[in-house]
Design a binder for this molecule. Structure first.
Ligand SMILES: [Zn+2]
Ligand SMILES: [Zn+2]
Length: 106
């Protein structure tokens, strides 16, 4: 877990590494199987995944969609000008400050 600026949420939030994300994903999949009963229990269905996110990060999130995009692999390296992570690993410039991406120092 690593705290990064999320451009979607416009705040610093804990981002999951792939190992952590896998745990949450697993909880969601399990829930989907058990939850074919109906949409009314959808909120319930996400509770274990949200709890796991809170356990891993210490941050209480109530929106499963936020949890799903708080994943380190979806973000690029930090912008060399403003320090915010690039929006995607492929980004060629920083959407936050407009600086073009600098090659990573070797
Ligand atoms: Zn976010
Ligand atoms: Zn920038």
């Amino acid at each position: 877990m690593k705290v990064l600026w999320c451009w979607r949420c416009q705040m610093d939030l804990p981002m999951l590494d792939e190992e952590e994300f896998a745990r949450i994903h697993l909880l969601l999949q399990r829930k989907q199987l058990r939850n074919e009963a109906g949409i009314s229990s959808l909120k319930h269905a996400f509770a274990p995944a949200l709890r796991e996110y809170e356990r891993l990060t210490g941050f209480r999130e109530t929106n499963i969609n936020a949890v799903l995009h708080h994943r380190l692999i979806l973000f690029g390296p930090p912008c060399t000008a403003c320090g915010k992570p690039l929006r995607t690993p492929q980004a060629r410039y920083c959407a936050a400050c407009g600086a073009s991406r600098q090659p990573a120092p070797s």
